[in-house]
Design a protein around this ligand. Structure first.
Ligand code: NAP
Length: 328
């Protein structure tokens, strides 16, 4: 977002040993520390951080097993996620092609169980390799123990800051992606005459759709989706439907209904808004993306966010939650 204050120290961990050494350095000297990937999903507070930022740069990729149904691969936590997807797709392996063009590192992917177009990382993740600061040891956390849920995991909730993720192991398939697909993908395939669904054609479609709808963070300061999709109970949804017949909602196995945060923000009148008070805007093609046009402070961003949250709550009785993490 091009916002936030400076950090006192920053160090890069290029190996597991580096990660452990930096952790020990910080704890021995009683220095607060934070571990980050590429920072693409972080909002930094204006006051900065009087501690050590450890940037996870642990690279590496290897095929652990390969058989007729699929492959198992290990990826270093510091690898760029989209490059991991690109290499998988080039090899004809499927499972993560729907997660194309999501910014950030491979190690950050399990933290919020990244998802897009109906797929999520938890479907292909076998285990997470990590340094456990509680036990001072390296180990593996199997998928079942990661407590994955919708855009969430134990690494983001109860065990936040406990583990330094050093790598992830994925199981990818050699079979082809199968419909039904999300409406936007189906539309893209129809419009482009694509009937051959492969990891490559899905990646191309996702890449093209995202390029049209989302601003490139290297050009326009943004954190991607700024709010998570909210869940309401069925009664709440039915009531909203009376006033907003076009509202979309997807029932969940837990008996709730998932709403599209972007739709709510748009209906609240915030699509393509340029807020002169704060210097913030919402993206013209996707209201869910907040953009820093000429704001100087994180406080400006949070003030603008509050305007959006307030209006959506007033209209729909739904309190939107911020998706990017506010640090420190
Ligand atoms: P979209 O296709 O316009 O759909 C809007 C919302 O409706 C999405 O949030 C999606 O939920 C939900 N949705 C659409 N079809 C659905 C279906 N068949 N079943 C259940 N839910 C459905 O969304 P978009 O904004 O262009 O984004 C497309 C995909 O990329 C979405 O999956 C989105 O999560 C992902 N994305 C993520 C980020 C990020 O920064 N985290 C940024 C951009 C896009 P879900 O979000 O649960 O899929």
């Amino acid at each position: 977002m091009k916002l936030g204050g400076p950090a006192r120290w920053l160090a890069e961990a290029a190996s597991k040993d580096d990660a452990q050494e930096l952790y020990k350095f910080a704890t021995d000297k009683n220095i607060p520390f934070l571990i980050i990937g590429q920072g693409s999903n972080i909002v930094w507070r204006d006051e900065g951080f009087a501690g050590l930022i450890i940037v996870n740069k642990i690279l590496g990729r290897e095929v652990l097993s390969d058989d007729s149904s699929g492959v198992t691969i290990r990826v270093g936590a510091g690898e760029n996620w989209d490059e991991v997807v690109g290499r998988a797709v080039d090899n004809g392996w499927s499972g993560i092609e729907f997660l194309s063009k999501i910014p950030g590192t491979a190690g950050a992917a399990p933290v919020q169980n990244i998802g897009a177009y109906g797929a999520e990382l938890s479907e292909t993740l076998v285990e997470v390799e990590a340094y456990d600061t509680q036990t001072d040891s390296f180990g593996s956390i199997l998928n079942e123990a990661c407590q994955f849920s919708y855009r969430n995991s134990r690494f983001k909730s109860k065990d936040k800051n406990r583990f330094m993720i050093t790598g992830i192991i994925l199981r990818l398939k050699k079979s082809l992606p199968e419909p039904p697909f999300y409406e936007s993908l189906t539309k893209y395939f129809e419009e482009h005459g694509v009937t051959n669904y492969t990891p490559t054609s899905v990646r191309e479609a996702v890449t093209a759709i995202r390029a049209v709808k989302l601003p490139d963070p290297s050009v326009v300061a943004n954190n991607g989706s700024f709010f998570t999709n909210p869940f309401v109970n069925k009664e709440h949804f039915e009531k909203l439907k009376e006033s907003y017949p076009d509202i979309k909602g997807w029932p969940t196995p837990e008996g709730k209904v998932k709403l599209a945060a972007g739709w709510l923000v748009e209906q609240a009148g915030f699509k393509g808004i340029h807020d002169q008070d704060t210097g913030m805007a919402t993206w013209q093609d996707q209201a869910l993306v907040l953009v820093n046009e000429h704001g100087r402070k994180t406080a400006d961003l949070l003030a603008f966010k509050q305007k959006v949250v307030f209006k959506v709550d007033e209209l729909f009785g739904v309190v939107l939650e911020q998706e990017p993490e506010l640090l420190p």
